[in-house]
Design a protein around this ligand. Structure first.
Ligand SMILES: [Mg+2]
Length: 374
């Protein structure tokens, strides 16, 4: 007897006895979206009546191909599928459902008259969760759907936990890259962004400048007004920098009262002009400290163009040296690292001496003894 012939037998008894045989199901946690797939019309009708009487939602398809199209339009939580069907059989449907990604788990139950061991093993091998032979025992079906509910509920809570973990991990990753006081990105983020700067210079030939800014006399400010007011001042300067630079420019809290700025797609001349405008804004900004008094602070800055992708670190060191000159030359000013220093200029000579002092200090901090330097 063929599968098709046998499969219609239990389904054809769609009388009161059959309806009565649908067992009283336990209360549902939530109705399931069930897709019934069978080329036998009576089998489909029996299963549809049964699962809807259990409180589930039901769609039907007359073969694997139609089921696959319905599933792609809207995935089902449970598929009850016949095996032997025209166009696409149940095994191929199961394989495709298992291969589909991007949505929650689908519990797949074969409902087939193939009662032999081979078909059972093949069915489980292509990804079925369960296997029921025809004629369909509705008590068994009810029990299997309860099992499906439990499994799907575990999958749901695993998916929820994964989402929470992913969300927490993304938040922790983002938080680790932000300075909590000023809300500016920190050095960790800077190091990552500098990789992008190198890549953009390499691929697109973009021009970048880097600047180091330092709040003038910040230690005295802290000593005089206390650290909480110092924090207010730091936030205020950070906010002024952020407000008066372009969206594409990047600002980082580099150290205590130091900020590192990266000017994108800009040469040294226009970046220096932009930075000088920001310097004036900082000097003009009113800082209301804890006592209610209003004060202002200034910044000194050193700026230089990044000459090549490999020059990023050296450019930061040049910007640091230029900042040192800005401090030495009276503070509240911007010094460009590209400025040509004339040897006969006494101020430039003083700058060179200060620059060398800075180099010596840097080497000393790194544990080197620069004996050969003048
Ligand atoms: Mg069939």
């Amino acid at each position: 007897m063929s599968e098709t012939e046998r499969s219609t037998q239990p389904s054809s008894v769609l009388d009161d006895d059959t309806r009565k045989s649908v067992p009283d199901a336990e209360p549902l946690a939530a109705p399931l979206d069930i897709l019934v797939v069978d080329d036998d019309e009576a089998s489909r009708a029996i299963l549809e009546i049964a699962v809807t009487s259990y409180g589930h939602r039901c769609r039907t398809a007359c073969d694997g191909q139609e089921a696959w199209e319905l599933y792609q339009a809207e995935p089902a939580q449970v598929i009850l599928s016949d095996w032997n069907m025209p166009r696409m059989d149940g095994a191929e449907l199961c394989r495709r459902v298992r291969g589909a990604s991007g949505h929650s788990y689908t519990y797949f139950i074969f409902m087939t008259s193939f009662a032999d061991r081979e078909h059972f093993l093949r069915g489980m091998a292509v990804g079925a969760d369960d296997y029921q032979t025809k004629p369909v025992d509705l008590d068994e079906l009810s029990a299997r759907l309860h099992s499906a509910e439990r499994v799907l509920s575990v999958y749901r809570s695993l998916a929820d936990s994964n989402r929470t973990l992913r969300h927490d991990s993304e938040r922790a990753t983002a938080e680790a890259r932000v300075d909590p006081l000023t809300g500016l990105p920190n050095r960790l983020r800077l190091n990552e962004d500098l990789e992008d700067v190198r890549a953009n210079m390499q691929r697109f030939g973009d021009a970048y400048c880097v600047a180091l800014c330092d709040i003038d006399n910040f230690k005295q400010f802290n000593d005089r007004f206390g650290h909480p007011s110092g924090d207010i001042a730091l936030r205020s300067v950070a906010e002024t920098l952020r407000r008066h630079l372009r969206e594409v420019d990047m600002i980082y809290r580099y150290g205590g009262e130091e900020f590192l700025l990266v000017f994108a797609k800009q040469g040294a001349e226009s970046a220096t002009a932009a930075l000088d405008r920001v310097r004036k804004e900082v000097a003009a900004a009113e800082i209301r400290i804890l006592s209610g008094e209003v004060h202002s602070l200034t910044i000194s800055a050193g700026l230089t163009a990044i000459r090549a992708p490999a020059d990023v670190q050296a450019a930061i060191e040049r910007a640091d040296a230029a900042l040192y000159r800005a401090k030495a030359c009276g503070k509240n000013q911007v010094v460009s690292g590209q400025t040509h220093i004339r040897a006969e200029d006494p101020r430039a000579l003083a700058d060179i001496a200060l620059g060398l002092a800075h180099v010596r200090l840097t080497l000393f901090r790194r544990g080197l003894r620069p004996q050969s330097l003048p």
